[in-house]
Write a new protein. Sequence first.
Length: 306
Amino acid sequence: MRPERTLAEALGAGVLVLDGGLSNQLEAQGCDLSDALWSARLLADGPEQIEAAHTAYVRAGARVLITSSYQATFEGFARRGAGREEAARLLARSVELARTAGDAVGEEVWVAASVGPYGAMLADGSEYRGRYGLTVGALERFHRPRIEVLAEAEPDVLALETVPDSEEAEALLRAVEGCGAVWLSYTVEGGRTRAGQDLAEAFAVAAGNEQVVAVGVNCCDPADAGDAVELAVAVTGKPAVVYPNSGERWDARARGWSGDMAFDPARALAWAGAGARLVGGCCRVGPETIGALAGTLTRERGDGTG
């Protein structure tokens, strides 16, 4: 069931709590994600697990669910033998599963269809580097077909997320033209895009674009989030979206996480005060932490559900 308000209307009323990392919740449920398609594999092999993960976040207090389509592409599905018709069906299923999970509570829940960067399809960590050697036009042509399929499934917003490079952001914004509301979220490090670009210039690509309902960062260190939120609002005049990682770091060679948990739900108050209206977590941030974040916003500001 679609919510009564658009996401933009809800953001005008207050802060909405996003979910956390889908992959860590799936792993907590016993799922094996050692596959190039990552969590997207379960769209075919275990859709009930994806719905259960979404439901865990809704019950924790999330009111915006991000779909399992981050690493889902026609090219990636083709490598597993799925034709375009089957791939399109699986992409649409990602929206349906989130919508069904949202119906588990008697409140408005918005569905954000995840559109990951080109590097996610490569499954080699390229989304944390950008600069793939492709033109803006080539990237636009890559992204457009799956964006069209996701848009046809009627999510409430398209989440252009974990974008490492402002040129890819330009390509994505071209590719979503006519496909409804979007948010744009960069992955950053030390106040710059992962590709090393000036963050103010990167945010500026969304300024004046009426399709964009929020701009910000995700899949980054929590310590980098606050300044990025302030900058996103200052540059674009739009609400900010922020959902950093736990603070632990992925070691690609060791295929494991290192470091300590640094995600403090109390930081959400400062992010909201700086103009964030979509607040949640990314990798390694689970339902318990999202529940604490939702509780903090509800108690301290009284707007945790918008």
